[in-house]
Design a protein around this ligand. Structure first.
Ligand code: NDP
Length: 324
């Protein structure tokens, strides 16, 4: 038996209970992992509240790092003692140990410790596909990235800057603005008090930006469209303020023949090769100091409810790790 955070009904942070669960032996294609660090992500909130539907009861959590302690039949390239991380195989992460499909594991290189690994995979691979594949950012372009001081935001803004972009980041406070400027943002907008459409127009001499990366959803979606230049791309990739809901596609015509996409990481790393190639690009960016991974908060795993409260009330910055 091991301990895990389990939810029996969706709801507020209080539905997360620290319970004993059995793990069992790995089946074909599986390994058993002893987890040393668990990544906190905004998707964990959507799972807990029921915005993203899953069968109950469940153990939340998409991401962790740890050591392989048992290997099932038909596992090719993972062995007992390997140090690995993961972020794309579904829920079950908030646990001291668990079973996991071997073909969704990523070896952690020397130079990436377990806490860093657990902090960076989901947010870093997201920043990777957004900037390189959804809308490939070119040197000299000016981009708008919302929640620039958050987990995905701090990584993406550093990376975009290293790729030669001018980065405009929105943030919820002056302290977050300072942090974002130290991590790749050329311009910051405190969107809780400033009109970000006007500021983007000012910064770009009225032109607007070719791409907006918007994970805020309901509160920012339509204003984000107003920040785009003609033929611009709206990348709506999250719902921190609530889902956007139905959109009348005619609006894309009236605002300048815009493009709209609603991507998710799973769609970009569906094969083991895509997953591991993308992870190698991410590790290279971190190990060459293009991108620093900042674990800015840690909580005991059993206190995951406190971590969710901090994340939802916009009190975290950068990445957060839960320690089993
Ligand atoms: P963050 O650390 O960025 O936390 C969310 C941030 O959103 C907050 O810190 C806050 O920053 C901002 N925010 C704005 N309005 C609200 C609100 N009403 N309630 C709460 N937060 C708000 O989280 P992550 O880095 O884990 O994830 C960032 C976003 O990216 C999430 O929306 C997540 O769902 C999405 N995501 C999408 C993926 C995909 O593939 N589609 C994959 C990974 C993440 P501030 O105070 O500065 O406004």
């Amino acid at each position: 038996m091991v301990h895990a955070i389990r939810i029996h009904q969706t709801g507020g942070p209080e539905v997360m209970k620290w319970e004993e669960v059995s793990v069992g032996e790995p089946g074909p294609g599986q390994v058993r992992l002893r987890q040393t660090a668990v990544g906190l992500n905004y998707i964990d909130v959507y799972v807990r509240t029921g915005l993203y539907k899953n069968p109950l009861p469940l153990i939340p959590g998409m991401e962790a790092a740890g050591v392989v302690e048992a290997v099932g039949p038909d596992v090719q390239d993972i062995k007992v003692g390997d140090r690995v991380g993961y972020c794309t195989g579904g829920t079950g992460g908030y646990a001291e140990a668990r079973l996991y499909p071997a073909d969704r594991l990523i070896h952690l290189p020397d130079g990436i410790d377990d806490q860093t690994g657990a902090a960076m995979l989901l947010q870093g691979l997201t920043a990777h596909y957004l900037l390189h594949r959804t809308f490939p950012v070119k040197p000299g372009q000016t981009i708008l990235f919302h929640a620039a001081a958050g987990g995905v935001g701090l990584i993406a803004c550093q990376w975009a800057k290293a790729m030669g972009a001018t980065v405009i980041g929105t943030v919820g406070s002056d302290e977050k603005a300072e942090l974002a400027r130290a991590n790749g943002c050329d311009h910051t907008i405190v969107y809780t008090r400033e009109n970000f459409v006007e500021r983007v127009k000012q910064i770009t001499d009225g032109q607007g930006v070719p791409v907006v990366y918007d994970s805020i959803g309901k509160d920012t979606f339509y204003q984000s469209l107003d920040c785009l230049s003609r033929l611009g791309t709206m990348v709506s990739f999250g719902n921190a303020s609530g889902p956007v809901g139905a959109v009348d596609i005619g609006i894309l015509n009236t605002k300048g023949s815009l493009f709209l996409t609603r991507p998710s990481l799973g769609g970009y790393v569906a094969t083991t090769k895509e997953l591991r190639d993308s992870a190698n690009d991410l590790f290279a960016a971190v190990l060459s100091n293009k991108v620093k991974i900042d674990v800015r908060q840690t909580f005991a795993l059993k206190d995951a409810a406190q971590a969710h409260i901090a994340l939802e009330s916009r009190r975290t910055t950068g990445s957060t790790v839960l320690l089993p």
